[in-house]
Design a protein. Sequence first.
Length: 480
Amino acid sequence: MKNHSKSTESKNTKISRRDFIGRAAAATAAFTVVPRYVLGGSGYTAPSEKLNIAVIGTGGQGKHNIRTLLQHADVQVMAICDVTEEADYSRFYYGGTAGRGPVKELVDKHYAGQKSTAKYKPCACYIDFRRMLEKERSIDAVLVATPDHIHAIATMAAINRGKHVYCEKPLIHSIYEARKITEAARQAGVATQMGNQGHSGEGIRLTCEWIWDGAIGDVREVHSWSGTGVDWAGYRIARPREIPPVPAGLNWNLWLGPASKRPYHPAYTPYNWRGWWDFGTGAIGDMACHNMDPAFWALKLGHPTSVEASSTGINPETTPFASIVYYQFPARENMPPVKVTWYGGGIMPPRPEELEPGRELTGGGNGILFVGDKGKIMCGGWGGNPRLIPETKMRAYKLPPRTIPRSKGHHRDWINACKGGKPASSNFDYAGPMTEVILLGNVALRTGKKLLWDGPNMKATNVPQADKYIRPEYHNGWTL
């Protein structure tokens, strides 16, 4: 899309510009008198229809997101930002390399090779996202895929400039940040989405429809689990003493962001940051936004009344190797109180009696189990395929009508929302409160206390020392 002059860079101008994006797409769809070849041929998307997206964080997950965005003809990945020039992900499930260099090459190669591209302007590349947002005035939307401790400051910077935001899970690094980001996005009126991709799947919708249909009666217990984290959590209890040189192409100070100063070490980046409290949120932060999501939607969970946790061992530096977190939720609407239990690091819930011999819990290392008065539903991770157990009960169940609108894709729904469509289903008004509850489990772990929770005021009423984990201190001049 064409850039506005500096004199028009105001809030009102941004709002009308967002309106223009949606109206332009709608007008083009309706104006069928002009043949598409006049606009550039079959499959061509006019520049006025494109959503200009910038990406903050081009590591393994950022690169994965960009590959998805490149599949949409009405999107232009026009700028990227990362503090790392290139990092090796061959040891991890992402594979290959990522960072500014490899991702810029990926984006430029994609657009330069398109027949519809007359004069391709290479993707802009930055180290500091603040500089990118200041200089690239034509950005419409921002995708954030950094380590957890950068999520809030990058997301807030984009929202404050009127940009739509897609932020990877967990939405932020602390409960306070979740509340502030949610409020800011709502006030700014921007389109948002958290990267818990299973929320846009068929499985989570079926789970909601079956539970609302009364398939297992009133739900009294929920068990959710993930084996994720065994490769990076709990393997250290103190910071490394060695001080190796900072790799070429890595801006270590910007990587630290609001975290307290410490020397560089490969124990922190590019991958194992999830296991360090200053940078990540452990197994529950990594996976509960996926695997507990069906419970939040289907059971309409709000704030819990209490939470307590146990683990293999806690320390000030690293997340535990394995943990169990117990949440108590009050009655909601026509639903009774429910106990939700999270199992991290490979711990599994008790095996249901209804599960046939030799049959494993759906999802293996990731999943969720609903326990109702009249039966049980189990689902795989990421809101996967639900099944009543035993299978004879599944076969006998008459499926209810599909009442929840189906998704066109997690990124696609957000893109449509940016263009004036309906809000994406995991927008911050949904994802923010859910993330607050999930990260409350970490507060219980770190305090070692049962917390009596005042959700609206973000207070553990019986444990004042929890405040430092609810709203942690920022360092190095960074603010939210």
